[in-house]
Design a binder for this molecule. Structure first.
Ligand SMILES: [Zn+2]
Length: 511
């Protein structure tokens, strides 16, 4: 499977320092990489350019395999990015400056509605006016929702669009609420969704992301076919289906890894995703022991969403249809149930989240070959909640070190929009389990920068002949020696990405 020729240009990448990933050693000297049909074919010092080959001078930058976010909800993330964040603005001018910067990033022929959110006008000394907004937005409808949801600052185009009479200032309270309620039906303009997608994909490329496990709900298989046809071609995608879409997927004969749209393998069928328990924050993740402070109330241990029989049937159908399984399991009882089901059915796949795991189940995951798809940035938010809900079992939370040592394949991700789609944030959180000045949370479960990087490349090792030509050039060595985990994490957080290539095609910065 090779993507269309225009998407896999011949490339010579000159003077890179290859970063070792996993157990495979990297050359010590500067080398050149030759790429053909999306694959690295030669790695050697001073390769000669040949005709029709694009030459990119890497000037000694560090090269790593393209990064993956193994668990995202890309449509929701695109929506999140599409809403202009107005929090922390101190004046109408602040808001207008931020809006102008956002509009400058959108294609000029796109006239979709722009929605901003989060300004707080109570302390402003100048009044927001429709005229001032019009001066920035032109004829594009703009709706700025206040942080408390009690008013909207609309430009003239948006007032017309929403059927409101002309006015000088924000639309407030009872005039505003019917408009607010209709926002979820926006953006309705053709192309708005694609614009949001393109921007989300661009942002991902700028961070070195070349692929995602897309766990979005809904008819996303069809939507990815549309997006591919519309030219969203800068990202590898494995699109999951949920149980409600399983019949259609099986009827079409789609197996995990199958191409969804003649994309040469870039847009693939992903796993069957099953949500088998709840979450820590709603105390619904299913655990062996009661949550602290549950006082024997209803469901003191959380609860499972499926009986053993139901899970077994779903796993069996998926396996027969050639689908992998991605099972959301956060509590230790849910993880135990998932592993029982993998063992009983012979299905293959991974556990999503795996936030609280028994020692025995860590070993069982390794023995069964079940991977762990984890979101390290969640632990930054969860440590305090875990300390209050699971005070007696914190050392079994987010057990990255234990899983790696046992031989479990670790895959990092963000679950965006729950945490930002940012692989460097995920790696930093896995290395230094703290977001503030406090020492790391259960530091024994921290992993090294090298291990975090190896868990972020979809299993791709050190770049060499035969590697996917998904390549990221960095202005710094991600594995530079550090005095502490705090320093290593800070270094990862600031990692400057110079360029990203997908199948040898430069996708960032866009040429
Ligand atoms: Zn998710």
């Amino acid at each position: 499977m090779t993507p269309p020729e225009s998407l896999v240009p011949p490339l010579l990448l000159r003077s890179v320092r290859i970063v070792p990933v996993g157990a495979v050693a990297a050359p010590r000297e500067l080398v050149d990489l030759r790429v053909r049909a999306g694959v690295v074919t030669e790695v050697a010092a001073r390769l000669r350019p040949v005709p029709d080959e694009q030459v990119h001078e890497a000037e000694g930058r560090w090269a790593i395999p393209g990064l993956w976010d193994h668990h995202v909800h890309l449509a929701q993330w695109a929506d999140t990015l599409a809403r202009v964040d107005m929090s922390g603005t101190a004046s109408p001018q602040d808001v207008l400056d931020r809006l102008a910067a956002h509009l400058g990033r959108l294609p000029t022929d796109d006239r979709s509605v722009v929605v901003g959110f989060g300004h707080r006008s109570a302390l402003w000394t100048t009044a927001p006016t429709v005229a001032a907004l019009d001066a920035v937005s032109g004829d594009r409808p703009v709706i700025l929702v206040s942080g408390d949801g009690h008013h909207g600052w609309l430009d003239s185009a948006a007032l017309r669009l929403m059927g409101l009479p002309p006015t000088d200032g924000p639309v407030v309270e009872n005039d505003w609420y019917p408009v607010f309620a209709r926002l979820s039906t926006l953006p309705t303009a053709p192309g708005a969704r694609e614009t949001a997608y393109r921007y989300a994909v661009q942002r991902a490329s700028a961070l070195g992301i070349v692929g995602v496990g897309d766990m979005e709900f809904g008819p996303e298989i069809g939507r990815w076919r549309e997006r591919w046809a519309a030219g969203v071609t800068s990202l590898r995608v494995r699109q999951a289906t949920y149980l409600d879409g399983l019949d259609a997927v099986l009827a079409e004969g789609l197996r995990s890894g199958d191409d969804l749209c003649d994309s040469g393998g870039l847009v693939q069928m992903g796993p069957l995703k099953i949500i088998s328990d709840g979450s820590l924050n709603t105390r619904s993740a299913w655990c062996h022991e009661p949550y602290a402070g549950s006082h024997g109330g209803e469901n003191p241990c959380g609860w499972p969403n499926f009986t053993e029989g139901e899970l077994r049937e779903a796993f069996t159908r998926a396996r027969a249809g050639g689908l992998r399984i991605a099972i959301h399991a956060i509590g230790d009882a849910a993880i135990g149930q998932a592993l029982d089901t993998f063992a009983a059915t012979g299905a293959v796949g991974g556990i999503e989240h795996a936030q609280l795991v028994t020692h025995a189940d860590v070993a069982r995951m390794a023995a069964l070959g079940i991977s762990a798809s984890v979101q390290p940035a969640h632990l930054l938010d969860d440590r305090d909640v875990a300390a209050s809900c699971w005070p007696d079992r914190q050392e079994r939370c987010y057990p990255f070190r234990s899983m790696l040592d046992a031989g479990v394949a670790l895959r990092l991700g963000s679950d965006a929009p729950i945490s930002p789609l940012d692989p460097w944030l995920a790696m930093a959180a896995a290395v230094h389990r703290s977001a503030d000045e406090r020492p790391p949370w259960t530091p024994a479960e921290g992993i090294t920068a090298a291990e975090a990087l190896a868990a972020s490349t979809d299993g791709q090792p050190t770049i060499g002949p035969g590697s996917r030509a998904d390549l990221v050039l960095l202005d710094a060595d991600p594995l530079a020696a550090a005095d502490s985990t705090e320093q290593a994490a800070a270094h990862l957080r600031r990692m400057p990405v110079a360029a990203t290539f997908l199948c040898g095609r430069q996708v960032h910065p866009t040429p």
